[in-house]
Design a protein around this ligand. Structure first.
Ligand SMILES: Cc1ncc(COP(=O)(O)O)c(C=O)c1O
Length: 488
């Protein structure tokens, strides 16, 4: 078997693993007829000695040859080169196959225009400053505690079942914990059967709107308003009518006039820190809106995405906490308290609605990340979330004040804004400078700021943008405002 020693050459410098070099060597010499069909090979120990490699490396090479069909091992007889070898001539690679890529278009017809395109952003670059739309500072997210808790839970025998299929509504542990939290913080008299855990508020909006709306139905939303929600409603075939939003929220007088004229199926409100203008819907308007819902039998989607971040006073009680007639579908999210990419949110609604929403959710997304749902529940129970929310609120309040002061002193003559009572951004109107030009100039100077076009509902050009303060520390805010100043 000196032949093996002569023919199989191992290159210690090669990037190819040694066992692959050995199996390739065998294949090459079987093909060229130097190792004959039916030849009995020595044992792995012997080959290892001949090639001066570890026996396990030879075993791996023989396994590879076996898997590819070049050798066979016969019980109590030994290992042989196969009499019938695998196909020796590979399929001809034509020019066509060499340049093959997936087709640009499907080979079948579908209505591409039915899907309304939405802005698909990538993760933010780390080499630029960003005035985002009002997102939390992920650098302070309690990810360590979350991961530690997940690790601890994953070791407990009774938690193993949460790695299996099941629980499309969300784990009972999270739903019970959340319902206690919502009762305590917002007076929301929910129980676990009134809650569906979703992947963020956006999934809640989609599920709720899909259940409520039929094509052609009329939805009322604020103007300026939250583009992603309006798009979801339009995607479902609804007609969206925009109502003006002033410093107390959506205009209820105008809503009543519309209700008198036509059938309204649903009203979409963002009660705290309306996106984009950051105003809070007043208590008086909340009560009037509930009364109108009872009178005209429409649904209210109450998207309270930003409830936890109110700085000047306590947040106002949700309409869902006062709703005795089942008109309000309450939507919340953990993406602002934890991090946008930790995708957990919830819907609170009458149990029958939650059952429908759970069935629908299951057909899009079998279930959530159940073990992580339990870990989040633990963070609520052991006080981590309460501490984190308190810390974030204090930090963001300071950051809001710092940015507002900077905007006033450095850029006061170019823009105007109201100090927001909560949320994570300042709704800023630029006076003369065209925001799209400012945004282009800022980008060249290392600052990302939106051009404001997303907020222009019904062709009204607001020339305004949300300047997110929560995710920028004082230094970063100062640098960003300096850049903005040079661009103006
Ligand atoms: C008003 C409003 N609703 C819903 C969402 C979506 O939140 P989530 O990331 O939880 O889906 C956002 C995101 O910023 C928002 O501003």
């Amino acid at each position: 078997m000196n032949l093996i020693k002569q023919l199989i050459i191992i290159d210690a410098q090669s990037d190819t693993p040694v066992y692959i070099q050995i199996s390739n060597g065998f294949i090459q010499h079987i093909r060229q007829g130097r190792f004959k069909k039916g030849l009995k090979l020595p044992g792995s120990r012997k080959i290892a000695t001949l090639l001066q490699v570890n026996r396990m490396t030879v075993v791996a090479a023989l396994n590879e040859l076996d898997a590819q069909g070049w050798i066979e091992t016969l019980p109590r007889k030994g290992t042989f080169i196969k009499k019938i070898l695998p196909l020796l001539t590979p399929g001809k690679i034509t020019e066509e196959t060499r340049v093959f890529t997936i087709a640009d278009k499907t080979g079948f017809q579908y209505d591409e225009k039915r899907i309304i395109p939405i802005e698909l952003s990538d993760f933010p670059p780390t080499d630029k400053l960003i005035f985002n739309d009002g997102f939390p500072d992920v650098r302070i997210a309690p990810t360590e505690q979350l991961i530690k808790t997940m690790r601890r839970l994953s070791k407990l025998a009774f938690q193993k079942k949460y790695l299996m299929y099941g629980g499309a509504q969300g784990t009972i542990m999270l739903r019970e914990t959340l319902s206690a939290f919502l009762n305590e913080t917002r007076g929301l008299p929910s129980s676990s059967e009134n809650i569906l855990i979703t992947r963020g508020a956006q999934m809640g909006l989609y599920l709720a709107a899909s259940i409520i709306l039929k094509p052609g139905d009329v939805v009322i939303a604020g103007s300026p308003g939250y583009a992603a929600a309006n798009l979801t409603f339009r995607q479902l075939g609804a007609k969206v009518i925009h109502l003006p939003v002033d410093d107390k929220g959506i205009n209820i007088d105008t809503l009543e006039e519309i209700c008198q004229r036509q059938k309204i199926k649903m009203v979409y409100v963002i009660p705290h820190h309306h996106n984009p203008t950051t105003v809070t819907l007043s208590s008086e308007r909340r009560i009037r809106l509930l009364a109108l819902a009872a009178k005209y039998k429409f649904a209210i989607i109450e998207d309270d995405y930003d409830y936890d971040f109110h700085y000047s006073s306590k947040p106002i009680m949700p309409m869902a906490s006062l709703d005795r007639n089942g008109h309000v579908i309450y939507i919340g999210t953990f993406t602002k308290t934890l991090a946008p990419a930790i995708r957990f949110g919830f819907i609170v609604a009458p149990a029958s609605f939650i059952r429908s929403a759970t069935h629908l959710r299951k057909s899009i997304d079998t279930q959530g990340d159940s073990l992580m749902e339990n870990a989040i529940a633990e963070l609520y129970k052991d006080g981590t979330m309460a501490r984190h929310i308190k810390k974030s609120v204090n930090l963001y309040r300071e950051r809001r004040d710092h940015l507002c002061k900077l905007l006033q002193t450095e850029l006061g003559k170019h823009l105007s804004f109201d100090i927001p009572a909560g949320g994570m951004s300042v709704w800023t109107k630029f006076h003369k400078a065209d925001l799209s030009i400012v945004a282009q100039r800022a980008l060249k100077n290392g600052l990302i700021i939106r051009n404001g076009k997303d907020y222009d509902t019904d062709k009204v050009k607001y020339n305004s943008v949300r300047l997110g303060f929560a995710s920028l520390n004082f230094n970063e805010q100062e640098k960003a405002v300096r850049i903005l100043k040079t661009c103006l």
